[in-house]
Write a protein that binds this ligand. Structure first.
Ligand SMILES: *Cc1c(COP(=O)(O)O)cnc(C)c1O
Length: 404
C-alpha cells in the first residue's frame, strides 16, 4: 500500500465510526466516508450529478443504496463461477425457508417476478408452451387475468407482457361473473388494498374455491419484517417482492416465491433458458447472492434499523423545529414504503417561500439533496441515506429556512 493511501485510510476510518455513532459531521466529512477507498470516481469523471436521496426509492433516482454486507457478498462472489440453476435452487431454498414459502427464485425485480410468475401459471411445466408466450391464441393456454379496478397500478403491464387480457372487476358479483374457463390467475396489488372492495381473505377464498392461482405484488411492502412471510402464510400462490426498495438489495433484483410447482414453472421462462419471454430478465450470480444477504440482514436487523431511522428523523426535527412558524409531523404510510417520514411545514405569512422553492434550492445546493415538496411544506425519509447524511440534510434545511 502506498503511504499516501495509508494516510488517507487512517484519516477517514475513525471518522466513519464517529458518524455512525451519531456524532456531528460536516458535508466534507460524510463525502470522505462515501468516497473512501474509491480509486476512480466515475460520477466525477463523467460529470454525473450525485445527491443525497431523502425522497424515496424511485427507479429514476437509482432506488436505494446497498449496505456493506451486500456489497461484500457481491464482491466476494464475483471472482468465481458456478452453475446458475444450482445457485437459484440453493438461494431460492434459503429465501423460501426465511419467508415461509414452498419455493422461491430470484428475479430481476418485482416487475420481473410478476411477469415470470404469470408465465409459469400459463405454461405449467411445459417448455413448448412457455416458448409460445406471449402468443396465447390456439396454444391451449388460458388467456385472462382478473384484477380489481382499484388495483390499477402501471405494473400490471408485467402480466400483459405474457399476452393475457386483463379483466377488471369492482364488486364481488363482478368477480364471480368474471371467472370462466379462460381465467388463468387472480392478481392482487397489495399497495392498493384500500382502493379495492375485495380484501385479501375474500380474494383468496374465491381463488381457492375455483382452483385459480392468486398472485400478490408486495414490491415495496417490507418493512414491516413480518410481510416477508405474511402473504405466504395467508395462502397466496405467488408473492412478488422488490429487492431494491427498503430491503436495499441490488436495484435490479426481486423475489418470486410461493407454490413449488409454480416457481418451477416460472423458471422454465427464466434464464439460462433461451427461447422464452424471460430471457432478458437475467440476474447475475452477484446480485442473486447480494439479495439473499440483504433479505437475511433485514430480517436480522430491521427492527434496529427502524430505531436508527427514527433517530435520524429526530435529529432533523430538532434542528429545524425552533425556526419561526415551523411545525413538524412524523408519519408512517400504512401500506407500501412504510418507513418513518418527516414533514416540515411553515406559515407562508411568516416564511414567504413555497415547498417547491425550498426543494429546488436544496436540489441545487452542494451536496444536492432530493426530497418531497408540498405547498407550504417539504417531507423526507432517512432510510435510504448513508448514515450521517441526516446531519447535512438537517443543516441545509435550517440554512435555507433561515434565509427566507
Ligand atoms: C417498485 C414496485 C414495483 C417494481 O419493482 P422493481 O423491483 O423495480 O421491478 C412493482 N410494484 C410495486 C407496487 C412497486 O412499488
Amino acid at each position: 500500500m502506498k503511504r499516501r493511501d495509508l494516510l488517507k485510510g487512517l484519516s477517514v476510518l475513525p471518522l466513519a465510526g464517529g458518524i455512525l455513532s451519531g456524532e456531528s459531521a460536516t458535508g466534507a466529512e460524510v463525502k470522505a466516508v462515501v468516497t473512501n477507498g474509491v480509486k476512480r470516481d466515475l460520477f466525477k469523471e463523467l460529470g454525473i450529478r450525485t445527491f443525497i436521496n431523502a425522497r424515496a426509492t424511485l427507479t429514476m433516482m437509482t432506488g436505494s443504496l446497498m449496505q456493506d454486507e451486500v456489497i461484500e457478498a457481491i464482491n466476494n462472489s464475483s471472482r468465481r463461477y458456478c452453475m446458475l440453476d444450482e445457485l437459484q435452487d440453493k438461494v431460492g431454498a434459503k429465501i423460501a425457508e426465511l419467508c415461509h414459502a414452498e419455493a422461491a427464485t430470484v428475479t430481476s425485480g418485482a416487475f420481473s417476478a410478476i411477469m415470470l410468475g404469470t408465465a409459469g401459471v400459463l405454461s405449467g411445466n411445459d417448455p413448448a408452451k412457455a416458448a409460445m408466450i406471449p402468443h396465447l391464441e390456439g396454444s391451449g393456454m388460458k388467456t385472462e387475468v382478473i384484477i380489481q379496478k382499484g388495483h390499477n397500478i402501471g405494473y400490471y403491464q408485467a402480466m400483459k407482457n405474457c399476452g393475457v387480457t386483463m379483466v377488471w372487476v369492482e364488486t364481488r358479483e363482478d368477480l364471480d361473473r368474471a371467472i370462466n374457463s379462460k381465467t388463468a390467475m387472480m392478481a392482487f396489488m397489495n399497495c392498493n388494498t384500500n382502493a379495492g372492495q375485495i380484501k385479501h381473505k375474500e380474494w383468496l377464498e374465491v381463488a381457492k374455491k375455483n382452483n385459480i392461482p392468486a398472485l400478490i405484488d408486495i414490491a415495496a411492502d417490507v418493512p414491516p419484517i413480518e410481510n416477508f412471510w405474511k402473504f405466504n402464510d395467508m395462502g397466496f400462490d405467488l408473492v412478488c417482492l422488490s429487492g431494491g426498495k427498503a430491503i436495499r438489495g441490488p436495484q435490479s433484483s426481486g423475489v418470486l416465491m410461493g407454490r413449488k410447482d409454480l416457481i418451477a414453472a416460472a423458471r422454465i421462462s427464466a434464464a439460462p433458458r433461451g427461447s422464452t419471454i424471460g430471457r432478458g430478465h437475467k440476474v447475475n450470480k452477484e446480485e442473486i447472492l447480494g439479495l439473499y444477504v440483504a433479505i437475511e440482514k433485514f430480517i436480522r436487523t430491521g427492527d434496529e434499523e427502524w430505531k436508527f431511522w427514527l433517530k435520524q428523523i429526530a435529529h432533523i426535527e430538532n434542528t429545524v423545529k425552533n425556526i419561526k412558524s415551523v411545525k413538524t409531523r412524523i408519519f408512517v404510510p400504512e401500506i407500501a414504503n412504510s418507513t418513518p417520514n418527516l414533514e416540515i411545514s411553515w406559515d407562508p405569512a411568516i416564511l414567504a417561500v413555497t415547498g417547491k422553492e425550498i426543494q429546488e434550492r436544496l436540489s441545487k445546493g452542494e451536496p444536492g439533496i432530493e426530497l418531497n415538496a408540498g405547498k407550504n411544506n417539504i417531507s423526507l425519509v432517512t432510510f435510504i441515506m448513508v448514515p450521517g447524511e441526516e446531519k447535512i440534510v438537517a443543516a441545509r434545511i435550517k440554512e435555507e429556512l433561515l434565509k427566507v
